[in-house]
Design a protein around this ligand. Structure first.
Ligand code: DC
Length: 219
């Protein structure tokens, strides 16, 4: 079994890189952030305070989450409904970061992630894959970029989908999420010593892919 683990902050380009890597290596891609987003969406739909651990723990057992692949593309099903598009809305990003601080949420999702990784050659991306979910992954990468570059990329992504958000709002949001994701007590975003560090601020997607592939071929 081959497992590739990729971590990094929001908007670093992890998912674009992981997706392309999965395609080239013909292995499964799991976007673990999408799972936290789905839990956040359910919370917002139910009108609960996603910061309140007790309220989130109360609805968590009823979260029916399923990951399916159509033509190699990951789809996230929440309670039987394909929510892959809905979870990309800007309002979900902050809520996902909030629910991800809650250990019960992490334990439920990490179990699903480890299960998939044990069954398929796969590349997983997230915040705690190299440190907590798959500490023994064959290959580990930490991918980042400056907050400004990441906010600019998110802006373009959202604009392509017709969502208008101010650059300054996105930048503030990215910084806030960086802080939240790396300061939570349980399985925070960290750069493990054995991860290959790649700063993508001045690199094209292709350059990053080539760098990652060169490490994989070398090892
Ligand atoms: O990668 P993303 O922006 O879709 O992730 C949304 C949030 O989910 C992120 O702010 C933190 C959380 N997350 C996490 O805590 N652990 C992961 N492995 C993936 C995402």
């Amino acid at each position: 079994m081959i497992n590739i683990a990729i971590d990094g902050p929001a908007g670093a380009g992890k998912s674009t890189i992981a997706k392309e890597l999965a395609k080239r290596l013909n292995i499964t891609y799991l976007d673990t952030g999408a799972m936290y987003r789905a839990v956040a969406l359910k919370g917002l739909n139910l009108g609960v305070d996603v910061n309140d651990e007790a309220q989130v723990a109360a609805f968590l057992p009823s979260v029916d989450l399923d990951i399916r692949y159509k033509d190699g593309v990951q789809h996230v099903y929440l309670d039987g409904e394909d929510v892959s598009t809905a979870i990309r809305e800007h309002r979900i990003s902050r809520a996902a970061s909030d629910v991800s601080r809650i250990p019960a949420v992490r334990l439920k999702l990490v179990e699903m992630q480890r299960d998939l990784a044990s069954k398929y050659d796969s590349v997983l991306d997230g915040r705690d894959i190299t440190s907590y979910v798959l500490p023994n992954a064959n290959y580990k990468f930490f991918i980042t970029a400056s907050p400004e570059v990441r906010a600019r990329r998110r802006l373009l992504e959202l604009e392509e989908k017709g969502e208008k958000v101010d650059f300054s709002v996105l930048l503030e949001d990215i910084k806030q999420r960086d802080y939240n994701d790396s300061h939570r007590p349980f399985a925070p975003l960290t750069r493990t010593e054995d991860s290959v560090f790649i700063d993508t601020s001045d690199l094209s997607i292709d350059q990053v892919i080539e760098t990652v592939l060169s490490y994989i071929k070398e090892k």
